[in-house]
Design a protein around this ligand. Structure first.
Ligand SMILES: Cc1ncc(C[n+]2csc(CCOP(=O)(O)OP(=O)(O)O)c2C)c(N)n1
Ligand code: SF4
Ligand SMILES: [Mg+2]
Length: 352
C-alpha cells in the first residue's frame, strides 16, 4: 500500500495593513504611461508610500492637476480618491472651490514647473497667499516635458537644452515665492532621494495650511544630459541638504535619535512632530528671512538646497479666515443655503 505524503500546509503571508486596515495596493493607481525613469514616477511611488503609511483615508482625498506629464501623475496613485484634471495652469481655482465646498476633503494638487511658473503663475500666487489647506506639489524638471522639452521659467540661468539652446533668463524660485507670499509649509526635495522625500511628504500630510513642495524631478527624455542643471547627475553632485529629517507620526511610537544641540523641533497642527537636524547653527525654520537668505545663498553657489525651509503651524488657513460653517457646504440642505422668500424680500427692500 502506498502512503501518500500529507500536503504541505503553508501559511500565506498576510499583506501589511495600515491603521485603517487598508493594504498598500489600495493607494496605487493605473499603470504609468510616463517615460521609464522619469522622476515623476518616483514621486508617485513616494506619494503611495506616504499616504499608506500615514493611514490617510483615500476616499476623503481629492486630487487636482493641470496639464503636463506631471499633471498626468495623479492617475497613477490613490485610485479610490476623487480626481480632477483641470485646464493648463488653472488647477488652483478648481482646488480652492473644492476645498471650500467640502472642508472634510484632503486636497492634493500636482503641477509642473510650466503649469505653475508660466501659464499658472497668476493663480499660484493667490493660492499661496490664501494659505489654503492643501498639499501642492510641483514636479520640477525645468522644461515643458509634454510639449517636447522647451525651457520653463524654473530653468536655471545658463543651463543648456538638448538642442544646444542656452537659457539666458533668470530662474523663478517657487519656494522663495511661496514663503514670501504666505504659504505655511515650504520644502524642496529631489525625486531620487527616497528617504527625505517620504519624510517631507508625511510632514506635509500633517500640516494644516498650504504645504508647497517643489520636487526636483529630472525629465530623462528632454532634460537629463550634460549642461542641464536639473539632470540626475547635476543634482546629485550639487545637492546641499538642509539637515537630516526625522518625522514621528502621531500614531506611531518610533523613537528617532538626534545629535545633541543640532536639532530644531516644530510642532505641526495635529500635534505631530517634525524634527530637523544638523541645521546651520543660526537656522530656525519659523523665520522667513533665514529661509530666503539660505535659498538665495545656495542659488548663488549653484546648489540645490533641500529640506523643509519654512514652517508656520499657527497662521489661520483660508477656511478659518472665511469663517464658514463646520459642515461641508456640499452637504447642507436647500433650506440652509437658500434664503426664504421673506429674507429675500427684506434684502431687496434694502436696495429700493
Ligand atoms: C492653454 C494651454 N496652453 C498650452 C498648452 C500646451 N502645453 C501642454 S503641457 C505644457 C507644459 C507642461 O510643462 P510642465 O507643467 O512643466 O509639465 P511637464 O510635462 O514638464 O511635467 C504646455 C505648454 C496647453 N495644453 N494648454
Ligand atoms: S517627457 Fe520627460 S517629463 Fe515627460 S514623461 Fe518623459 S521623462 Fe517624464
Ligand atoms: Mg516641467
Amino acid at each position: 500500500m502506498t502512503i501518500l505524503a500529507e500536503p504541505e500546509v503553508r501559511a500565506t503571508p498576510k499583506a501589511k495593513v495600515n491603521r485603517l486596515g487598508l493594504e498598500q495596493s489600495v493607494y496605487r493607481g493605473s499603470k504609468t504611461t510616463l517615460c521609464a525613469g522619469c522622476g515623476h514616477n518616483s514621486i508617485s511611488e513616494r506619494v503611495i508610500d506616504a499616504f499608506f503609511e500615514m493611514g490617510v483615508d483615500p476616499y476623503h482625498v481629492a486630487k487636482f492637476s493641470g496639464i503636463g506629464c506631471s499633471s498626468k501623475s495623479p492617475a497613477y496613485f490613490l485610485e479610490p480618491s476623487h480626481g480632477f484634471n483641470t485646464v493648463h495652469g488653472r488647477m488652483p481655482a478648481v482646488a480652492t472651490g473644492a476645498a471650500l465646498g467640502n472642508r472634510n476633503l484632503m486636497i492634493l494638487g500636482v503641477s509642473g514647473d510650466g503649469d505653475t511658473a508660466s501659464i499658472g503663475m497668476g493663480q499660484f500666487v493667490h493660492l499661496m497667499r490664501r494659505n489654503l489647506p492643501m498639499i501642492y506639489i510641483i514636479e520640477d524638471n525645468g522644461v515643458y516635458g509634454l510639449t517636447k522639452g522647451q525651457f520653463s521659467a524654473t530653468a536655471d540661468y545658463g543651463s543648456k537644452l538638448k538642442t544646444g539652446v542656452i537659457n539666458n533668463l533668470p530662474a523663478i524660485d517657487t519656494c522663495a515665492m511661496a514663503i514670501d507670499l504666505g504659504a505655511t509649509f515650504v520644502a524642496r526635495a529631489f525625486s531620487g532621494d527616497k528617504k527625505q522625500l517620504s519624510t517631507i511628504l508625511k510632514a506635509a500630510i500633517s500640516h494644516r495650511g498650504m504645504a508647497m513642495l517643489d520636487i526636483i524631478s529630472p525629465c530623462v527624455t528632454f532634460n537629463d544630459h550634460e549642461g542641464s542643471t536639473k539632470s540626475y547627475d547635476y543634482v546629485k553632485e550639487h545637492e546641499e541638504k538642509l539637515g537630516d529629517l526625522g518625522f514621528v507620526p502621531f500614531f506611531d511610537e518610533i523613537v528617532v535619535e538626534y545629535a545633541e544641540g543640532t536639532t530644531k523641533e516644530v510642532e505641526l497642527h495635529d500635534g505631530s512632530r517634525l524634527v530637523l537636524s544638523k541645521l546651520p547653527q543660526d537656522y530656525n525654520p519659523s523665520r522667513k528671512f533665514d529661509a530666503l537668505r539660505l535659498l538665495s545663498g545656495a542659488h548663488e553657489k549653484g546648489e540645490v538646497l533641500t529640506g523643509v525651509l519654512y514652517v508656520n503651524p499657527s497662521a489661520p488657513d483660508f477656511i478659518q479666515l472665511l469663517n464658514i460653517v463646520d459642515e461641508p457646504l456640499a452637504t447642507l440642505p436647500e433650506g440652509r443655503v437658500r434664503p426664504s422668500r421673506a429674507a429675500f424680500d427684506e434684502i431687496m427692500e434694502e436696495w429700493r
